[in-house]
Ligand binder design. Structure first.
Ligand code: GAL
Length: 679
């Protein structure tokens, strides 16, 4: 979690996107800045993929074109987020250092002609990234246009794990620092299994393609190592910049889109958190996935404002079916990020590319030019954000935390788990989705965090849980918290070893249950849970059951059918002054309301009765609440609120109607008694 937050020197809400002028002749640049002014753009990211044009051969720099671009932007009042181009090393680099190429798990050595960093363990690459970062920082540290540094691009994609020889060697050193001795490593990895015992460090490799399943502890450590190596590369660049420049430094995350990097650790290394988000077009309610990403980003930022570094004005180009955004959808997406704490709304990219792999990707200025719906909406969004300047730096607060631990997901998502149907992503989405529908704002947190400020903590997928973290969760319950744990949680320790005492043992005190056996269901089989409080509300479930024994918990639902028929399915346990709920199956979405209503009651949380697909979030400052209302639905929705609607400037008394597909931001004066629009 980010402790510090240094905001780039841009007035109001920042607005703009990636700007790639090197793809265009100079005369277009003048048109670009004129159009940027029309749209209200005040921040653009420059140079992210420009290495080959900035360092034309090793150590030979050509900054003339970039000088011109940055000066031109500055003359037009547009600030610059200056990229380091290290996600795309030039052809000369790979020609000089062929050994720096990345090797995939199946042994393929990656070729040139795309993008993607070189091996994060290559010394040649590490030297080269420091050289270019240092040169850029020396040249532009004092340029008044430069307000932010953007290191690299989306660490972890397209290059994450590297199986090259230099990576294997670095892995050995990393392991030796982690474990100290081979005995410790053999024990942690459980190498007695399948005769994998190591007698010398030199025999340890990366978990490359193997005849059968590779050692899961080895794979988990390789994921940790990969994450750490990439972060070292980031820190090398950041420190090279910091030696000359005082502006904040960031790198763009992919929260909830790419899970290959442990963003909690990364957030501690940036001055300001920034994130890229793209809608998953196949999802009919993609706004919920967007909200997860935004809430996760805010949580990574420690609640501080964050930068939406990239999203799209309309379709992307890399999905199976790239669905164009419908009129108003871009503004709804942008305002949802804004409502969830983003004080900068940026896009990939400013002007659509004519050449290359992304020519069918939408842009702020599309191929169709200014005579287009997208352009008109881009101009309109710029004007909207201008009217929201006063909201900047206000905060979003949440009473509920969902636990999100990348290391646990890495371990859970390996092969040979009890059922292919169990997915950490799916359960997170299911619980989050119910909270979203109930108008309850969510933070994300690690199980090691201080959770005491949350009334409710949910662990939808926490397969890997250290004993210390389990003790933290148990303490949280003891002291009055409500904890809900979904099945297949607390199963293994940090080395993917089943906890002594059995499945879920470290949480047994908090939950008052003992998991005796997993009972996954066959594909397509559904089951019913008898809801004890009201048989009319029996819950549908599927994919998984458990032979569950209570050791103090009360039974809230039992299995009506399936292998665990008659046994407990959902339990509730009083521990200390709090409550631990355990849900031993996948409750289908239609049953979630019944389940969560009972859980909310324990936590003292009141859900909001919002119309379908009506998203309402509150940002708070010292003397005002800003209610951001986004209507994703097909019918007008009404909100009980008084104040001033900032996008139109009109007064609102008692209630405000938000037309289908529209957005509203209402400044309300915070009632003195602490009564809030939303809980
Ligand atoms: C991002 C990437 C951008 C662009 C964009 C297209 O992941 O950072 O450079 O490729 O995707 O959607």
């Amino acid at each position: 979690m980010s402790e510090t937050n240094v905001w780039p020197a841009v007035a109001g809400i920042a607005y703009g996107g990636d700007y790639n002028p090197e793809q265009w002749p100079r005369e277009v640049w003048r048109d670009d800045v004129a159009r940027m002014r029309d749209a209200g753009v005040n921040l653009v990211s420059v140079g992210i993929f420009s290495w080959a044009l900035l360092e034309t051969s090793e150590g030979l720099f050509d900054f003339a074109w970039l000088d011109e671009v940055i000066d031109l932007l500055h003359e037009n009042g547009i600030a610059v987020d200056l990229g380091t181009p290290t996600a795309s090393p030039p052809a000369w680099f790979f020609a000089a250092h062929p050994g720096a190429r990345v090797q995939s798990r199946d042994g393929t050595v990656m070729g040139f002609g795309s993008r993607g960093m070189a091996s994060h363990s290559s010394e040649a690459y590490r030297t080269a990234i420091v050289r270019i970062a240092d040169a850029l920082a020396q040249r532009y540290a004092d340029h008044p246009a430069v307000v932010l540094w953007h290191v690299h691009n989306e660490y972890g994609a397209p290059v994450g794990e590297d199986y090259s020889e230099q990576s294997v060697q670095a892995f050995r050193s990393w392991l030796s620092a982690r474990y100290g001795s081979l005995d410790a490593l053999n024990a942690a990895w459980g190498t007695a299994f399948w005769g994998q015992h190591y007698t010398t460090w030199d025999h340890i490799g990366a978990p490359a393609a193997t005849p059968s399943v590779a050692n899961p502890a080895q794979r988990l450590d390789f994921a940790r190592f990969t994450d750490a190596r990439m972060r070292e590369c980031y820190v090398l660049e950041r420190d090279a910049i910091r030696a000359h420049a005082a502006q904040p430094i960031t790198t763009n995350f992919m929260a909830n889109q790419h899970w290959g990097v442990n963003l909690w650790a990364w957030a501690a290394e940036v001055d300001v958190v920034s994130n890229d988000h793209y809608l998953w077009a196949a999802d009919p309610e993609a706004e919920i996935g967007l909200a997860i990403a935004a809430d996760l980003t805010r949580s990574l930022a420690g609640g501080n404002p964050w930068i939406l570094m990239e999203h799209s004005t309309s379709a992307v180009n890399w999905q199976g079916r790239n669905i164009a955004k419908r009129p108003g959808e871009m503004a709804r997406n942008s305002l949802s990020h804004f409502g969830r704490g983003a004080d900068a709304i940026l896009f990939f990219q400013w002007r659509a590319s004519r050449s290359g792999a992304e020519k069918f990707h939408s842009a702020m200025l599309p191929h169709a030019g200014t005579e287009s719906r997208v352009w008109r909406e881009v101009v309109d969004l710029g004007a909207k954000l201008d009217r929201l300047a006063e909201v900047r730096d206000s905060r979003v607060t949440a009473d509920v935390a969902i636990l999100w631990d990348f290391e646990s997901f890495w371990a859970q998502d390996l092969e040979w788990r009890p059922s292919d149907d169990v997915s950490s992503r799916e359960r997170i989405r299911a619980y989050y989705e119910q909270l979203w529908r109930d108008g309850i704002t969510v933070d994300f947190a690690l199980p090691s965090h201080d959770l005491s400020r949350y009334a409710l903590v949910i662990a939808p997928a926490l397969y890997l849980l250290s004993t210390a973290d389990a003790a933290n969760l148990t303490r949280y319950v003891e002291r009055g918290g409500t904890l809900l744990v979904s099945f297949f949680s607390g199963i293994v320790d940090e080395n993917d070893r089943v906890h002594e005492g059995g499945f879920g043992a470290p949480l047994s005190q908090a939950l008052g249950v003992r998991v005796e056996e997993f009972l996954p269901l066959r594909e397509g089989v559904t089951s019913t849970l008898a809801w004890q409080a009201d048989p009319a509300q029996n819950l549908p479930a599927d994919i998984w059951q458990e032979a569950l024994a209570t050791t103090g918990a009360e039974i809230r639902a039992t299995y009506v059918n399936g292998p665990a028929a008659g046994g407990p399915a959902i339990t509730r346990h009083r521990h200390g002054s709090g409550t631990g709920w355990y849900v031993s199956t996948r409750v289908q979405n239609t049953g979630m309301r019944t389940l969560m209503s009972a859980v909310y009651e324990d936590a003292g949380i009141t859900p909001s009765d919002l119309p379908e697909r009506f998203e309402v979030i509150v940002r708070r400052s010292a003397d005002a609440d800003f209610v951001v209302a986004i209507n994703h639905g097909d019918a007008a929705a009404s909100l009980a609120v008084s104040g001033v609607e900032l996008l139109t400037g009109s007064g609102v008394s008692d209630s405000h109607d938000v037309p289908a597909g529209d957005v509203a931001v209402i400044r309300t004066t915070a009632p003195s008694g602490g009564e809030r629009i939303l809980p």
